[in-house]
Structure formats: C-alpha cells, structure tokens
Design a protein around this ligand. Structure first.
Ligand SMILES: [Zn+2]
Length: 445
C-alpha cells in the first residue's frame, strides 16, 4: 500500500488489522488530500484522523443505535440492534456520531459505534466494531456452540448456534427478530460509502430483486418419497397469473427436495423443470451426525448418483435442503455442497417452535441471500438462503409472512428474500396456500 496506489481510488475500505506507523501515516496523508476512508475497528493509531479519543476497554456483543436524523442513517432502523465481537471505546473529538453504542437493548453509553468526519479535504467514517466479522457471526451463529445439542430436537442443526440454554440469552435477541440487523448494518455501510464519495461522483446502487419488488418468497418443500410434489406444483401453476413470465419472476414456482424413490416420474420431472420448477435432492444423513468429511461426501455422492441415474434428463440440482437440516460444525456442510454442484443452501432453519415462539422474523439477522464465510474469514462459494418460514415451527400462517411483507413494503424497509419450507410430501397445504395468497395484493406494485 503506497500513496500512489491509494491515489487511484476514490474510497478505501479498511478492515480490522494492525497498521505500521508508516501505513497509518500513508492513509492519513491520502485522506487529508481528498481520500475517502471507511474503516472497521481501525488501529488506534488512526484515532486522530477519525476525530476520536481512545478510552480504556472494549464492549463486546452489545447494541448500537443509529441516528436516523443524519444523512447516513436515512432509511435505517432507529431501534437498537445487536452486534457481535468487541467494539473499541472512544469519545468524540471532532467526529460526529452516526450511531451510538448501547450496553443493552435500552441503555445508551457515551461511546460512538459509528462516526463520520471531514479530514482535510477528505472524509472518514469508522465503525468501532468489525462490521464484517459481526455480520458473519450474526448470520452464521456462535461458533463455540456448533455441534452441540442445544434445542433438544433431532440431531445438530445450524440453529443450535443461536439457541441459548441454561439462562443464556439467544445469540441474537429474538425479541427484535423482525429487524434484519445484519442487513440494516450493511445498508448503513452502503449509505456511508455513497455519502463520503458524493462530492466525487454518484455511485450506482443496484436493487435486490427484479421489477423493483421489495420482497420475494423462495418457495421450497421437502418430499420424503411420499409424492406430493406433482400435485403441489399443479396447484402453483393454477395459482399463477395467466400469461405470467417465469423469467420475470411473475409465476408461482418452487423447488422440491425429494428422495430419489419418489413417485415423481422422470417424464413428470422433466415437464415441471421445463416450466421453471427445480427438482432437487433431499440429502439425508439419517438425522444423525455425518462423522467425517469423507463420510459426508459419501452421502452426497451416493444420493446424487442415484438421483442422476433416475432423472437422466434433468439439470443437476443447484439448491438443496438436508433432511433434519443436520449441520454439525461451522462450515463443512457449506463447503461440501458447492463441491457437489449445489450453490444455494437452505439449511439455516427457523425451528423448533420453542425457538421461534411464533415470532416472525430473522433469527440470524438477515433476509438477504449471501455467501458463507469460513472460520478464517475466507468466502465460501455457497449462498445461504435462510429458511424463515416453515410448516413445522409453530408459526402462524399467513400471519408470519404478512408481518414480514408488511415490514418490507412499509416504512421499515426490511427488504427480504423469504425462504419457505412447506413440505411437498402431500399436495394440499393450507400453509402454502396462505403464503401464496398473502403477497398477491402487492405483486403489481
Ligand atoms: Zn426431511
């Protein structure tokens, strides 16, 4: 990193890392000369540049509240939101607080969580915590709880990493489950980047979904060889608007994850696939820990091989849900899926009912489909589509989806791709009908 390298960039995002004195000086000189620097838990050498005075100590796994009256807070929730990992403590010394640290969900502290400052002819913004790390931990859970039986149900699931036991709080505060806290904090970052660079050029912002819709439902179902898939999908065709375009996301379509002994014939599967449905594999480890990584790969090899032998003309499945959503550690499952051509994972699953307690929302703080991160921070090329809606979690339907859609379309702006698992074992499902009916009044907006 040199001054001449930095000179070719408008904005630099600085992750959490120690800096040498020379690096701190280079960044300071570049910023004062017009650079835009946005940092996450920056090295304290940069405190003067950010207009901050360091205070003793840190505050970990607490809350922040965004000032929605200032430009970077526009559109962000004014409710307190949890974050993970340590935040450094500072007092303001020339900076403006964009967000303030809270010691709990309701108690403000004197320390900023996010700050903004003009520095020379440049601008700087700082998160006192590592936003990137916090987003990963919010979305993927507490790694220390991985592979533990915490919810008393089935084998191990990814949701165990969010389930507080013995008086522990849950990993994310589900009294605030409706707030997609990871998404909102990322939107704050996007606002900051746009704002600090606004004097240079307008930056493009891309919308999440086709047709500018604010929310979508990703409809999926697990079929354990029972055979409701064809009937359910006939219903979806009948429930679709006449003349709808699959490519433009106007039709009701879905994925069904099946056991290969399913009554769905190869010819049926081909016909539905041609109409925009996905026939996938409901890979099972028999609701038990898979053992070694090689053993897990063996489950995929065997079951995908059997599926290909039967459904010879279908494209390889690109998404899946695992039977019992078995998830034994931080990332082995997330890495095994792309190794087998499966790019979208739905195993993060809001379940069981003593966890959901019929609270509509986002147990892992997100309604956005993003890639996983490994324990060392590297990106895993597998997309995490959290299943927020199920027909086995004690959730009210359509109340749950209606609440989430209202939060997306109303002033809260909690835009989301909501993944549903409405089992396709049987064709008829009141939960499926309720979810499909719920968005109808909004589909033309
Ligand atoms: Zn299953």
């Amino acid at each position: 990193m040199t001054g001449s390298l930095l000179a070719s960039y408008d904005v630099v995002l600085l992750g959490e890392m120690p800096l040498t004195a020379a690096q701190a000086a280079t960044l300071t000189t570049w910023t004062n000369g017009g650079g835009r620097l946005v940092a996450m838990r920056p090295d304290r050498q940069l405190a003067p540049l950010f207009g901050l005075t360091p205070a003793a100590g840190t505050r970990a796994d607490a809350y922040l509240k965004v000032d929605t009256g200032a430009a970077p807070g526009t559109g962000i929730t004014g409710d307190t939101m949890g974050y993970h990992g340590p935040a450094d403590l500072y007092t303001l010394n020339g900076a403006t607080a964009v967000a303030t640290l809270y010691s709990d969900a309701t108690t403000a502290t004197a320390n900023p969580a996010v700050t903004l400052r003009t520095a020379g002819s440049g601008r700087v913004a700082a998160f006192s915590y590592d936003l990137a790390r916090s987003v990963v931990q919010t979305r993927q859970g507490n790694i220390a709880w991985a592979g533990q039986q915490r919810d008393g149900t089935d084998g191990y699931e990814a949701a165990e990493m969010f389930f507080g036991t013995g008086g522990q709080p849950d990993w994310n505060n589900l009294d605030k489950a409706l707030i997609p806290i990871a998404d909102e904090q990322q939107r704050l970052l996007a606002n900051l980047i746009t704002l600090v660079d606004s004097a240079n050029k307008p930056l493009p912002r891309f919308w999440y979904f086709p047709r500018d819709v604010k929310a979508v439902v990703v409809m999926t179902g697990d079929d354990h060889g029972v055979g409701g898939t064809a009937g359910r999908w006939d219903g979806y065709i009948a429930q679709s608007p006449p003349g709808c375009s699959v490519a433009n996301w106007e039709c009701v379509r879905g994925s069904s994850y099946i056991y290969t002994d399913d009554p769905l014939t190869p010819a049926q599967a081909r016909a539905y696939t041609d109409q925009g449905f996905e026939v996938g594999v409901h890979v099972t480890t028999n609701c038990r820990p898979w053992g070694t990584t090689a053993a897990l790969q063996g489950f995929y090899s065997d079951q995908l091989s059997n599926w290909r032998a039967k459904y010879t003309s279908l494209p390889a499945p690109s998404s899946s849900r695992t039977h019992c959503v078995e998830w034994d550690d931080w990332s082995t499952r997330a890495k095994t899926k792309p190794a087998n051509g499966i790019r979208l994972d739905t195993d993060y699953y809001f379940y069981p009912s003593n966890f959901t307690r019929d609270r509509p929302g986002y147990f892992n703080g997100t309604g956005q489909i993003m890639r996983f991160a490994d324990a060392d921070g590297s990106v895993i090329d597998e997309y995490q589509a959290t299943t927020q809606l199920t027909d086995e979690s004690g959730q009210s339907h359509p109340g749950t989806v209606t609440t989430l859609l209202d939060a997306a379309y109303g002033s809260k702006g909690y835009y989301a791709a909501l993944t549903a698992n409405i089992h396709t074992d049987f064709a008829a499902s009141s939960a499926s009908d309720a979810i499909i009916a719920a968005p109808a009044p909004r589909s033309t907006t």
